[in-house]
Design a protein around this ligand. Structure first.
Ligand code: C2E
Ligand code: MG
Ligand code: MG
Ligand code: MG
Length: 292
C-alpha cells in the first residue's frame, strides 16, 4: 500500500509538473509572438523632488497588452523574457520608445524631465549595449543627460570590474545610472564607491514601514547618509502616505516615487501632471515647502 501511495504521489507531482511546463511553454510562445506583434506599452511614474515638489523625471515601466488577458504586469513576464533572451529585443523597444517619448515631451515645450529605463541583467551583459543606447539616443534625438539607466546590485556584482568598464564608458557619453531596489541585493561597499552611478533608489520594502518599524527607519536613514557620503542622490520608492513623505523629507532624502504622488500612468496623463505641476510651482503665493 505504501508503494501505491508513493506511486500516486509521484503521478500527482508529474501531472502538476507537466501542467507547469505546459503553462510555461505557452507563455513563452505568446511572449515570442508579442515581441513580434508589438503588444507592449509603457507606463510612466513621476519622480518628485522632495524639497520643492517638482517632477524631475519619470520611470518607464513596461506592460504587456495581451489580447485575451488584458494588461499583464512585468513581474509576470520579464523573468521569462530574461531566461529566453527575448528581453534583448524587448529591451531595445523599451529604450527606443522611452527616449522617443521623452524627446516628444521636450519638443512639446513641457519642463524638460529625465527618463529612467530599467536594464535587465541579460541586456547589461550584451556586448552591443553601448552602441544600442547611443543609437537610440541618436535616432530619437534625446540628449544623453536626460537618460538614466536603472541597474541592480546583482547585475554589477556578478562581474564588478567588467561592470565598471561598461558604466564608465556610458557615463562618459552623459548617461547616468541609478541603483534600483538598493538594499535588497548584495553590494560590496568597496565596489559601490567605484561604480560611476549617480543615484541610489531605496527599495520599497524598507520605505513601506518607515513610520512604524524602527529597523526600517534606521536602514532608510543609513542609506540616505551613505548616498550623500558618496555624493550620490537618493530616491525613495513606493511612497504611499503623507507620513512616509514627511519622514523622508525630514531625513534629507532627495526624491520620491510612489502612489502618493501618482501610480505609473500612460504618456498622455504625464502631460497633464507636468502642466499642473508647472503651474503649481509657478504660482506666486503657493509654496510647496511648508516648513518656510
Ligand atoms: P522597479 O523598477 O523597482 O519598479 C517599481 C515598481 O514598483 C513598479 O512595478 C511600480 O509600479 C511599483 N510601485 C511604484 N510606486 C509604488 C507604490 O507606492 N506602492 C507599491 N506597492 N508599488 C509601487 P511594476 O511596474 O509592476 O514593475 C515591476 C518590476 O518590473 C520593476 O521594478 C522592474 O524591475 C521590472 N520592469 C518594469 N519595466 C521594465 C523594463 O522595461 N525592463 C526591465 N528589464 N524590467 C522592467
Ligand atoms: Mg526600476
Ligand atoms: Mg525598484
Ligand atoms: Mg523591483
Amino acid at each position: 500500500r505504501a508503494k501505491e501511495a508513493g506511486r500516486n504521489t509521484f503521478q500527482f507531482y508529474a501531472a502538476e509538473m507537466n501542467q507547469r511546463l505546459l503553462a510555461r511553454l505557452n507563455l513563452e510562445r505568446d511572449l515570442r509572438q508579442a515581441v513580434e506583434r508589438n503588444e507592449f506599452l509603457l507606463h510612466y511614474q513621476p519622480q518628485i523632488n522632495l524639497t520643492n515638489g517638482a517632477i524631475i523625471g519619470v520611470e518607464a515601466l513596461v506592460r504587456w497588452r495581451q489580447p485575451e488577458q488584458g494588461i499583464i504586469p512585468p513581474d509576470e513576464f520579464i523573468p521569462l523574457a530574461e531566461e529566453t533572451g527575448l528581453i534583448v529585443q524587448l529591451g531595445k523597444w523599451v529604450l527606443r520608445e522611452a527616449c522617443r517619448q521623452a524627446r516628444a515631451w521636450h519638443d512639446a515645450g513641457l519642463p524638460k524631465i529625465g527618463i529612467s529605463v530599467n536594464l535587465s541583467a541579460r541586456q547589461f551583459r550584451e556586448p552591443g549595449l553601448k552602441q544600442t543606447i547611443l543609437d537610440m539616443l541618436a535616432e530619437t534625438g534625446l540628449e544623453a543627460r536626460f537618460l538614466e539607466m536603472e541597474i541592480t546590485e546583482s547585475m554589477v556584482m556578478f562581474d564588478p570590474e567588467g561592470a565598471i568598464a561598461v558604466l564608465d564608458e556610458l557615463q562618459q557619453q552623459g548617461i547616468t545610472f541609478a541603483m534600483d531596489d538598493f538594499g535588497t541585493g548584495y553590494s560590496s561597499l568597496n565596489y559601490l564607491k567605484r561604480f560611476p552611478i549617480h543615484k541610489l533608489k531605496i527599495d520599497q520594502s524598507f520605505v513601506r514601514n518607515i513610520t512604524t518599524d524602527s529597523n526600517d527607519a534606521a536602514i532608510t536613514n543609513a542609506v540616505i547618509e551613505l548616498a550623500h557620503g558618496l555624493k550620490l542622490k537618493v530616491i525613495a520608492e513606493g511612497v504611499e502616505t503623507e507620513e512616509q513623505r514627511s519622514f523622508l523629507r525630514a531625513h534629507q532624502c532627495d526624491e520620491m516615487q510612489g502612489y502618493l504622488f501618482s501610480r505609473p500612468v500612460p504618456a498622455e496623463d504625464i502631460v497633464n501632471l507636468l502642466i499642473a505641476n508647472n503651474q503649481l510651482l509657478a504660482a506666486p503665493v503657493n509654496n510647496i515647502d511648508e516648513s518656510s
